[in-house]
Design a protein around this ligand. Structure first.
Ligand code: ADP
Ligand code: MG
Length: 247
């Protein structure tokens, strides 16, 4: 069995009396898409934020490529190779598509927005951003204002922003949200190829996408993982059907 690239152990986070993530452990192996599903409020986004570094856990540890990254900030984690997309868009609507791909990536890697000019003159970054836009099919929109993109194109741009940093693993929080059937299918095909380059921890409500993509699925309910298994195992699990999938 290959060593996991990402390993989290016993992550916990409380907001006052509410335990949002409760002793959560999971791994993401090279080449794998590990989907995390569960009802609204289960703690999925909280878990992604803990792994990405935006939210310090109350307890637990996070290992990336064998290194304990629990004490690192968001920027250091992005630099170490953890890429992420957000449930709520993080795009700057007044900037162009290319500027977002460049600035978004740098913002996540630690540079500050006021260094706009030097950032825009960074040709290496521009090339990485253009190639990311090409991969998601947005190259022809590079000079367009982000506000003028369709919802689906903005979701593609979110993925391109994450790709620009050339991460070694992805954390994705509902990348299919609001995409129509065509958009979901296109993104599903893209993620299916992307996993070989960088494995993905995928939070997603679109069960067609989850069942099509996931090598393993973990089910989070009230902050706790109640089951982990293949799509077939999860579909057949009586507890999961009751808690989430519906009988
Ligand atoms: P999911 O992404 O699975 O829908 P979340 O991780 O967003 O769930 O939220 C889990 C629980 O934690 C919810 O009850 C939510 O209201 C609560 N929560 C999330 N973030 C905060 C916060 N910053 N302060 C207080 N409660 C929060
Ligand atoms: Mg969420």
């Amino acid at each position: 069995m290959t060593e996991p690239l990402l390993r989290i152990e016993g992550l916990r986070k409380s907001f006052g009396a509410l335990v949002a993530t409760d002793d959560v452990s999971l791994t993401v192996r090279p080449g794998e898409i590990h989907a995390l599903i569960g009802p609204n409020g289960a703690g999925k986004s909280t878990l992604i934020k803990q792994i990405a570094g935006g939210l310090p856990p109350d307890a637990g540890r996070i290992f990336f490529d064998g290194q304990d990254i629990t004490g690192l900030g968001t920027v250091a984690r992005a630099r170490a190779g953890l890429g992420r997309t957000f449930q709520i868009s993080s795009l700057a609507m007044e900037y162009t598509v290319l500027q977002n791909a460049m600035l978004g990536a740098l913002g996540r890697a630690g540079s500050v927005w006021r260094f706009f000019r030097p950032v825009m003159q960074d040709t290496g970054l521009r090339e990485a951003a253009m190639s990311a836009l090409e991969r998601v099919g947005l190259e022809e929109h590079a000079a367009q204002r982000t506000a003028d993109l369709s919802h689906g194109q903005r979701r593609q741009l979110e993925v391109a922003v994450a790709l620009t940093l050339q991460p070694r693993a992805f954390l994705m929080d509902e990348p299919m949200a609001g995409l129509g059937a065509d958009g979901s299918q296109r993104l599903t095909g893209f993620l299916d190829g992307l996993r070989h380059e960088a494995p993905i921890l995928l939070v997603e409500h679109d069960m067609d996408a989850v069942f099509a993509l996931a090598d393993r699925i973990s089910v989070l309910v009230y902050g706790r993982i109640i089951a982990t298994g293949t799509a077939a195992e999860i579909r057949a699990n009586a507890d999961v059907r009751e808690a989430y999938l519906g009988a």
